[in-house]
Design a protein around this ligand. Structure first.
Ligand SMILES: Nc1ncnc2c1ncn2[C@@H]1O[C@H](COP(=O)(O)OP(=O)(O)OP(=O)(O)O)[C@@H](O)[C@H]1O
Ligand SMILES: [Mg+2]
Length: 244
């Protein structure tokens, strides 16, 4: 149930400098009411993802961090289908339920829970939780649990440049890549965490269909072990009961 709210007018830091001209026009400097943008987490094909903090206790614990995925509404055009798919899949993974002791009359009487008990299905905690959906005049905002760096950037950085008329790429392996090679226990731990999310998806008949390093966020301990993992980006997901 998307919450409908007005765009915030409270004092916000401008993040326009993070955007190229065409993005400035498309995404503006907007932020939904009750949140404050803190940094740009990532750019997707049709959405931007912002780290933000909760400024209204009705929306979560004050000061807690969330990831806001901004889908701008282009005038006269329907919302991109991937945004709708993300919400529908989020509703399956994290169903909206009426809070204990409430009647469900207003949107703040609902909360999102795990579809499967994380004690039995630990992979539930390794999927970035859809916390809320907010729709205002200009954007659809999906509020997610924040994850860490994407696996791709932990493994390598890729820089392209032109050399004698050809584009060449410099791939620089990062410390996590070296750690995977030198510490044998890390790879099985990584695969286990990813496989646990697949158990959840299989149980709920969901095919993610865009599994790639950029859609797997990994938090490491100072020693370089895997502390937490979050699978993100369900914009291409489908149910394997709906295969035609
Ligand atoms: N919950 C999150 N916590 C932290 N970073 C995130 C989160 N969600 C997304 N990001 C960052 O933003 C990037 C883009 O997000 P996402 O993959 O959801 O967007 P997308 O538009 O579907 O992307 P694409 O079309 O490129 O696959 C991610 O690769 C990641 O770096
Ligand atoms: Mg992605």
């Amino acid at each position: 149930m998307p919450t409908t709210t007005k765009a915030s007018s409270s004092k916000q830091i401008s993040f326009l400098k993070e955007l190229i001209d065409s993005e400035k026009e498309k995404y503006g400097d907007r932020c939904p009411a009750g949140f404050r943008k803190l940094s740009l987490l990532g750019k997707g094909g049709i959405a931007l993802v912002w780290m933000a903090e909760v400024k209204d206790s009705k929306l979560g614990e004050l000061g807690s961090k969330v990831a806001l995925k901004q889908f701008p509404k282009v005038r006269g055009q329907p919302l991109d289908n991937s945004a709708i798919v993300e919400i529908e899949t989020g509703n399956i993974l994290f169903p909206l339920e009426v809070k204990d002791g409430c009647e469900g009359d207003t949107s703040d009487e609902f909360e999102r829970n795990y579809a499967l008990d994380p004690a039995e299905f630990p992979g539930m905690r390794s999927i970035s939780k859809l916390i809320d959906t907010i729709e205002d005049r200009h954007d659809l905002w999906l509020v997610y649990e924040v994850g860490s760096a994407c696996l791709g950037s932990l493994l390598h950085t890729v820089k392209g440049e032109f050399y004698k008329g050809e584009r060449i790429y410099n791939v620089a392996h990062q410390s996590f890549y070296q750690a995977l090679l030198s510490t044998p226990k890390i790879l099985p731990a990584l695969i286990k965490k990813i496989a646990e999310t697949f158990v959840v998806l299989s149980e709920l008949s969901i095919v993610h269909s865009d599994i790639k390093p950029d859609n797997i966020l990994v938090e490491l301990t100072p020693e370089g072990d895997i502390k937490d993992l979050k699978l993100i980006d369900f914009g291409s997901a489908f149910s394997f009961h709906n295969v035609t």
